[in-house]
Ligand binder design. Structure first.
Ligand code: ZN
Length: 820
């Protein structure tokens, strides 16, 4: 009986651990969160090697464009002709070429239009509410406007001709937003082909269709002054990419999945009304023909200026706005090694610039420039070009020198969109009744945020050319992560949406798909492709790898894939290779599943080492017995003064009234001596030291409620008021991903009083209420409310309402009026 006591106490440490292991090995419940990712990734080959680098036979196609385009301002139409030179660098012989006709997306019969669901989830653009929701169905005025616009206008490309070098027609077949051009003779590896294309299209109204480009017309009144801003993107037929991993990436343009493109050189001539200012991908080739000598001088001054210099001032832009012209000018641009080409044109633009100097030899001077109408006002003057330069500085630190001669931010109807060397950004000021222009704090944050984000895209994916049609996260996620780095160096009080805490609501929701989902099928694009990967990388940098390892590996990725086309596996492999840390569990959990982080601390046990010395251990057992609360009956009997029988009749006591069951005899003492005598010297020394130190042995039980395995970050608080942090790598979950126990040993005087998991909220743990042991009271809110009367259309008091006087409203006199 006594022996049994000792055994139980001795076993206590291992018993708890094995109990947990048993829970996790239920039949049919096995999960290996650390299974290596190579099983899911494509097999490395000569084009993409196992290190995540371009392989020794890496290739990509090159497509050069010479384009002449005319903007017809009256008809809001582009007429263009282009000559394309296609370099077949692949090892394959091509029988046909596939081109992207993105403008065809806006046709009424496009796959995009036909498959837009009513009230469906995941649509870009105006929201609708379906009748099946049980509420009155809703159709926003935005949705109606879009429907009216596409009904009223002929949209999509008018492909006038496709001819070979000698002017002979080439056979082409249009399939939705794609066009196949059949080649009269096959294009062999290493050969190039030149052909021509004439086309035209009507420009969409961006505000009506949300197209990432298009025109915006300002009301023809005195306040706005009429006129348009034209943003041209996805405007010329472009070659589809032909790749080593998918051949032609000719997936229909439905709207969400952006662009998969080839690098090439561009010479583009843009003919626009003579009073327009053009901002474009590329370097301006004919400044003498399109700029005044004053403007050219100002541009030169801007190269070394401390603050922005106006090339076109506010007054000059206002003057341009007044008349309009029949004359035209042709702006010529040249761009080397870009994957796309976009431009903007308007007589409303003012134009500021400032040179950014880089240390490297490749591109020592970059002109940061902004173009905006008066509606951009002081907000743009102050922050647009400034934010461009800050972006270049931070992003280059994480990747490579900005490789192009210009970096531009253009205000227009697009909220935010990126192209090589040029970005479209939407924030504006508000015209007040007194004629002044003001802006809200939200609009200021929007401008700084969007400029950093879009300029950042010139690195990812404009130079690190990932496949956007397939994977939105590869450009948006990586770029959001870096814009968060840049942004928090600008102003950490702006919500950048990259903190682990920013993603918890999404990660515990049921409306989600893994990050590794094709772009057009993603539910809730914002959190899926932007916030979640950005927060994941933030965690990888700050918590899992640390800044030094992460920054080295990330820069390696950027430099390996500069001007090349990385796939997800190239990113995953490079980050592991270069950091030297196995991250398969991290990619698997964060990118391939919808698991979330929720680690709970369930119990903390305090164990004391048995000494084996019966004179000590039996006393401890006796004390444990005494420490238990007295039975209620015994306590009340005592309180009532009830005497025990032996107290009333002491003469009937015996040996056992003096000696309880914890009384030690020589039998135990002898046994202890025998035990000691059989110990090897090191065993004896170890036991003696442990007994002398009498440390505290704490066993912490953790369970994983979210499925995602993550490091366990502990804050231990002690009775003396001190705290200690411990970082337990995620690998602790490698055998039992649902529950683990951890032994923590402290000095005798370091009594543990509480344990907190992830005290700094750095792992995106969705439920922090189970992160404390002992548990804490959870602060929350409650609001007293007043019941509202029903205000349905049938309960109007018409007898009263009919006395209401008629009023007319306009924007300037309208006041809040609820007497309807
Ligand atoms: Zn973006």
């Amino acid at each position: 009986m006594l022996k049994q006591f000792i055994t139980v106490a001795m076993l206590s440490l291992s018993a708890i651990a094995s109990a947990n292991a048993a829970i996790n090995q239920t039949k049919g419940d096995f999960e290996d969160k650390f299974r290596q990712l190579d099983e899911s990734l494509p097999t490395p080959n000569v084009y993409r090697n196992a290190a995540g680098e371009p392989g020794h036979k890496y290739w990509q196609q090159q497509v050069d464009y010479k384009i002449k385009a005319k903007l017809d301002e009256q008809k809001r139409r582009i007429e263009a002709s282009q000559t394309i030179t296609y370099h077949n660098n692949s090892p394959d012989t091509l029988k046909y070429l596939w081109m992207q006709l993105d403008q065809n997306k806006f046709r009424n019969d496009s796959m995009s239009a036909m498959t837009t669901t009513f009230g469906g989830i995941g649509n870009r653009g105006p929201a609708t509410t379906a009748p099946s929701s049980g509420k009155a169905a809703q159709l926003s005025l935005d949705a109606l406007r879009r429907q009216q616009f596409t009904e009223d206008n002929v949209l999509g490309y008018d492909i006038k001709s496709v001819t070979d070098k000698s002017g002979k027609n080439l056979k082409f077949t249009i399939v939705g937003t794609n066009m196949r051009i059949d080649l009269p003779s096959y294009l062999k590896p290493g050969k190039k082909l030149t052909f021509n294309l004439d086309y035209a299209f009507n420009i969409v109204e961006e505000d009506a269709v949300s197209a990432r480009s298009g025109y915006e017309h300002f009301p023809d009144d005195e306040r706005e002054g009429g006129n348009d801003i034209f943003l041209l993107a996805q405007w010329y037929p472009r070659l589809h990419a032909y790749t080593d991993y998918e051949a032609w990436t000719n997936k229909e343009f439905i709207g969400r999945g952006e662009f998969t493109l080839e690098f090439g050189n561009y010479d583009v001539e843009l003919t626009v009304p003579a009073d327009h200012i053009v901002s474009s991908t590329g370097a301006l080739q004919n400044p003498k023909e399109v700029l005044t000598s004053t403007q050219r001088k100002r541009l030169e001054q801007a190269e070394d200026a401390e603050r922005i210099v106006f090339i076109v001032t506010a007054d000059e832009a206002l003057e341009n706005e007044k008349e309009g012209t029949d004359k035209s000018k042709t702006w010529k641009f040249s761009a080397k090694n870009v994957r796309d080409f976009a431009w903007a044109s308007s007589r409303k633009f003012m134009w500021d610039a400032r040179g950014h100097h880089q240390d490297g030899d490749d591109q020592p001077l970059v002109m940061a420039m902004s173009f905006y109408p008066k509606e951009g006002g002081d907000l743009w003057k102050k922050y647009s070009t400034e934010a461009i330069i800050q972006t270049l500085e931070v992003y280059s630190r994480f990747s490579f020198d900005y490789p192009y001669p210009v970096a531009q931010s253009v205000n227009g109807p697009v909220g935010g969109m990126e192209y090589p060397m040029i970005t479209f950004n939407g924030p504006r000021t508000e015209l007040q009744k007194d004629g002044s222009r003001t802006y809200s704090q939200a609009e200021k944050r929007f401008l700084i945020g969007v400029v950093i984000h879009e300029i950042g895209h010139i690195y990812f994916p404009m130079v690190v050319n990932s496949d956007e049609r397939q994977w939105t996260w590869m450009d948006e996620g990586l770029n959001s992560f870096l814009d968060g780095v840049a942004g928090r160096e600008w102003d950490p009080t702006i919500p950048w949406g990259v903190e682990p805490r920013d993603i918890v609501d999404y990660m515990k929701s049921s409306t989600q798909v893994p990050i590794m989902t094709q772009s057009d099928s993603v539910l809730r694009l914002g959190p899926n492709a932007y916030t979640k990967p950005a927060a994941a990388l933030n965690i990888l940098r700050e918590t899992i790898l640390g800044r030094e390892l992460f920054d080295f590996a990330f820069k390696e990725y950027a430099q390996r894939w500069k001007y090349k086309r990385p796939t997800p596996s190239d990113f995953f492999r490079t980050m592991e290779e270069a950091s030297g840390v196995d991250l398969d569990w991290f990619w698997r959990g964060w990118f391939y599943t919808t698991d979330h982080v929720d680690i709970s601390i369930d119990k903390v046990y305090k164990l004391r080492l048995d000494t084996h010395d019966p004179d000590i251990d039996f006393n401890r057992l006796r004390q444990e017995e005494l420490d238990k609360p007295l039975s209620l009956t015994d306590e009340r009997n005592k309180a009532e003064g009830k005497k025990l029988w032996v107290e009333r009749f002491p003469d009937i006591t015996d040996f056992y009234d003096e000696n309880d069951r914890f009384t030690v005899t020589n039998k135990e003492r002898n046994k202890y001596q025998k035990f000691l005598s059989k110990l090897k010297p090191w065993e004896k020394a170890t036991l003696e030291r442990a007994v002398a130190e009498d440390k505290n042995y704490y066993v912490l039980d953790f369970s994983n409620h979210g499925g995602l395995v993550m490091p366990i970050i502990l804050e231990l608080e002690f009775a003396d008021g001190s705290t200690e942090n411990q970082y337990i790598p995620a690998e602790i979950w490698r055998r039992t991903p649902k529950a683990v126990s951890k032994l923590i040993v402290t000095d005798k005087e370091k009594e543990l009083v509480s344990v907190t998991i992830d005290p700094r909220w750095e792992t995106a743990d969705v439920d922090v209420s189970n992160n404390h042991y002992p548990r804490q009271i959870i602060p929350s809110r409650i609001e007293a409310y007043k019941r509202k009367k029903s205000t349905s259309k049938v309960s109007r008091d018409i007898m009263q309402d009919i006395k209401t006087e008629a009023k007319s409203y306009d924007e300037n006199t309208a006041e809040d009026d609820d007497s309807n």
